[in-house]
Design a binder for this molecule. Structure first.
Ligand code: ADP
Length: 269
């Protein structure tokens, strides 16, 4: 558009310059478009609960309501403000992680302890509705940032619970796989149609918006997971079968893996 014309005039030195420049500008326009999209998405995500909240606020203020009804409306208002709170919290986490130019410090993170805490959160979130199995290598630690890892692993676990119907099975694993370390969450839940899988880590991308919202989702969980894993040179693997369940694995390179209490070496045969 207008930018491109202007810039090309500023460099009237030949086609090479024009070509390089217009390429850069196109990138800028893309970033700009992404930013606009993001702002539009955030606004939309916040506007819905805000509309509900202000609607009920008006009602409670204007109408003479029976105490029970008033209570019910206040509950809805609390729910909506909590939803906005979650979105803003996740946005801040994402902004903090994305704003960091340096990779996380190489501090040994006690991942088994971290997972033990997350397991307690998982039991609370599931409220007895699922069977939750945890299988971790207690000696396996990782170089990285504990807070970021906790946020990433926590999101994978809460997703497994939120997208698995009552009575389902959630398995949480932490072990070495060929010198690498893998954090694996498997669920027997609703699964994901294959065509959606490549887009899951995009901000606010959801397979089913109402299911996401009804279970307290912000649409930002996997975007956070992706960024944290990128910063730890780790890979996210997603395997899923619609109607059968999903497995999300975070695979960390051997350079980040530490075995806290070395196991006895195997005797040579
Ligand atoms: P949300 O807050 O909506 O859960 P996420 O970024 O965590 O946002 O996930 C994006 C979408 O990926 C979800 O809306 C859901 O459709 C899908 N998804 C994530 N984890 C699972 C899972 N374990 N099983 C089925 N679908 C999942």
């Amino acid at each position: 558009g207008a930018h491109r014309t202007l810039s090309v005039q500023a460099f009237p030195y030949g086609d090479d310059h024009k070509l390089v420049l217009s390429h850069d500008i196109t990138d800028l326009e893309k970033t700009d478009a992404m930013r606009r999209d993001f702002v539009a998405n955030v606004s939309h995500e916040l506007k819905t609960p805000l509309t509900v909240l202000s609607g009920f606020l008006e009602t409670v203020r204007e109408l003479k309501l029976a105490p029970a009804e008033r209570e019910r409306y206040l509950d809805i208002m609390a729910q909506q403000s909590q939803r906005m709170q979650h979105i803003v919290d996740d946005l801040l986490v994402l902004a903090k992680i994305e704003g960091q130019s340096k990779p996380p410090a190489d501090v040994a993170v006690d991942v088994p302890a971290l997972i033990a805490t997350l397991r307690d959160d998982a039991f609370a979130l599931s409220a007895g509705k699922h069977r939750i199995e945890v299988d971790i290598d207690p000696s396996l630690t990782l170089l990285g940032n504990a807070q970021e890892l906790s946020s990433a692993f926590g999101n994978l676990i809460s997703n497994a619970i939120r997208y698995t119907p009552q009575g389902g099975l959630i398995r949480i694993g932490w072990h070495t796989v060929e010198q690498k370390a893998a954090f694996v969450v498997t669920d027997s839940g609703i699964g994901i149609p294959a065509e959606h899988v490549p887009r899951l880590t995009e901000r606010f991308y959801r397979v089913d918006s109402s299911r996401s919202r009804d279970t307290g989702g912000t649409g930002l969980g996997l975007a956070i997971v992706k960024h944290v894993l990128q910063r730890h040179n780790a890979r996210l693997q997603i395997e899923s079968t619609e109607g059968r369940g999903s497995t999300f694995s975070a695979v960390f390179p051997s350079a980040r893996v530490r075995q806290a209490t070395p196991r006895p070496a195997l005797a040579d045969a």
